[in-house]
Design a protein. Structure first.
Length: 153
């Protein structure tokens, strides 16, 4: 299709831009493979931060630090940081281990825990017993934890 002499099927030529030339890799017995993938700066920074931690074996203090770094770099919202809420600050919290929506949480902020599994447990608990109006928030927390775990592996 041509409008005013511009071929809309080829926007690169219309703007006089040149697409980057992919580099070819030759492997014995196979045809050339082209790799044009490049990781965004945002994805690189996200990966750099989360690779310093292990969401399947992390303390609340480390979790807070990781989420703070992600937030400070504009990679997650303030709302996403709510997962780092410290339940031990609730009046009447008993020292030791207590359950929050089926997820056993220690009052020791340096105690390692599997946050990914904890968030799965919490999301499942709220599906069964919670207010469906708030389920989306628990699903979003779990989705972010899965994304973190994906970039860590």
């Amino acid at each position: 299709m041509s409008i005013c002499g511009i071929d809309t099927n080829n926007i690169v030529s219309a703007l006089n831009l040149q697409a980057p030339k992919p580099e070819a890799a030759k492997i014995d017995g196979l045809s050339e493979i082209f790799d044009t993938f490049s990781e965004s700066e945002e994805a690189s920074k996200f990966k750099e931060i989360v690779n310093k931690y292990d969401i399947t074996n992390i303390s609340r203090n480390e979790l807070n630090q990781m989420y703070k770094e992600l937030h400070d770099n504009g990679l997650i919202s303030l709302k996403d940081m709510l997962v780092t809420f410290d339940p031990t600050r609730i009046p009447g919290w008993q020292d030791g281990v207590s359950s929050i929506s089926g997820w056993k949480v220690s009052s020791n902020p340096d105690q390692k825990m599997n946050v990914l599994e904890g968030l799965k447990t919490q999301a499942e608990w709220y599906k069964k017993f919670g207010d469906p109006q708030f389920q989306n928030r628990y699903d979003e927390n779990l989705e972010l934890a899965r994304k973190i775990h994906y970039f860590q592996t």
